[in-house]
Ligand binder design. Structure first.
Ligand SMILES: [Fe+2]
Length: 385
């Protein structure tokens, strides 16, 4: 695009740094709430992070109720249960403490609480009409960036699909981004969520809806995650390394929330909805395949991505660049121990037709730099089996 085209950029109020999470009570009070629903999941609860935040809420004089039954790939029923508790308990604001699943579920609870209709009715872009209650996010992974994005992805098991809800109303009111929350994130989740960051940044950079502002964030995210993810996986207790991956996630989130995503996410959402597979892992296993497919539609953009990953793309012949960039993406993934294939995760050739069907309908496909046919998406899935 040229800088003359009209583009919008939205972001929540952000606090980044060690101790940011302890401001949740103060922010809840600033929003004028007396009682909050704290949304989390069993894994995060075990880390003790939630207890610390509850202490802060008590000090601030804020009552709270906890909803901690959110599962990975959060479901319609999680959202509806949470919304019921929210209204029964007289809550007026939400605090989400967790990864993308928890934050997306909290966003869904907010929508249902104000609109009083099933969450499935809000699939697509700009379907929310009433402002949801205030939402404070404390991310505990450096990956989803749901704490800054205008996206919520909810699984609908009845239809075996993930629905994407996209609206400015879903941008949280404040994101308290605290690298200390990552110290308990296990190595495999650090790798998967970090590869999600790389995918967000790459897809935002080649998106049809990118802008000079999202480009800045996307390239910085690619530089940071390429440099710091592997060391952070090796040294999980190093707070400085954790902070770099958290910053990479923030940059990628600001980029993709405003530029949207592409075929990798459309295909990963389909896998997550149909087979309940982990999001970051799905992206990681598709990224090199889609890059190879997309390259000719945005060669200059992919060359910039290669440079940001540390390749000397400028010194390569034009015909060698795509192969080198795809090889680097694969090398990066395998260096993190992500060596599976979709087939080894249980995806069969028989499922490809239906997977492609759902991927073609996903909202993220609209901004992919190349407009694929259904058959091409099927072939991409097959190549990753
Ligand atoms: Fe993602």
């Amino acid at each position: 695009m040229t800088s003359l085209e009209l583009r919008k950029f939205v972001a929540p109020e952000l606090l980044f740094g060690v101790g940011a999470r302890h401001l949740a009570g103060r922010y809840a009070r600033n929003f004028g709430t007396k009682k909050v629903l704290l949304v989390t999941d069993p894994g995060v609860r075990k880390t003790g992070l939630v207890d610390g935040i509850c202490d802060d809420l008590q000090v601030a004089g804020i009552e709270y109720e906890i909803y901690s039954s959110v599962r990975p790939n959060p479901r319609v029923e999680n959202v509806m249960q949470g919304a019921e508790i929210f209204s029964q308990e007289g809550c007026t604001a939400l605090i989400a403490v967790g990864g993308g699943s928890v934050i997306d579920c909290a966003k869904g609870i907010g929508i249902v609480s104000s609109e009083n209709r099933p969450i499935t009715e809000f699939e697509g872009v700009d379907r929310i009409t009433l402002p949801p209650p205030p939402l404070i996010c404390i991310p505990t992974t450096s990956g989803s960036s749901a704490d800054v994005s205008q996206f919520a992805i909810i699984s609908d098991p009845a239809r075996k699909v993930k629905i994407a809800i996209i609206s400015k109303a879903l941008v949280p009111d404040v994101a308290l981004i605290d690298p200390e929350t990552l110290l308990t994130l296990p190595p495999d989740l650090t790798a998967y969520t970090g590869l999600d960051v790389l995918t967000h940044a790459i897809e935002a950079y080649v998106s049809n809806a990118s802008s000079p502002l999202t480009d800045l964030h996307a390239l910085e995210a690619i530089r940071l995650i390429s440099r710091y993810l592997a060391p952070a996986v090796r040294s999980p207790g190093d707070l400085q390394l954790r902070a770099e991956t958290m910053l990479a996630s923030l940059h990628a989130g600001l980029a993709f929330s405003n530029a949207s995503l592409g075929a990798v996410h459309a295909m990963a959402h389909s896998l997550g909805g149909f087979l309940d597979l982990p999001h970051g892992q799905c992206n990681a296993l598709l990224l090199d395949r889609v890059t190879e497919y997309n390259y000719a539609s945005a060669p200059g953009r992919y060359d910039d991505i290669g440079e940001a990953m540390g390749l000397l793309v400028d010194t390569m012949a034009a015909g060698e660049r795509c192969t080198a960039i795809c090889r680097e993406i694969r090398r990066f993934r395998t260096s993190l121990g992500v060596t599976e294939t979709l087939g080894s995760l249980g995806v069969t050739a028989g499922a490809v037709c239906e997977l492609a069907d759902h991927a073609m309908k996903d909202a993220c496909m609209a901004t992919n730099p190349r407009n694929p046919t259904r058959q091409e998406i099927e072939r991409l899935y097959e190549s990753a089996l």
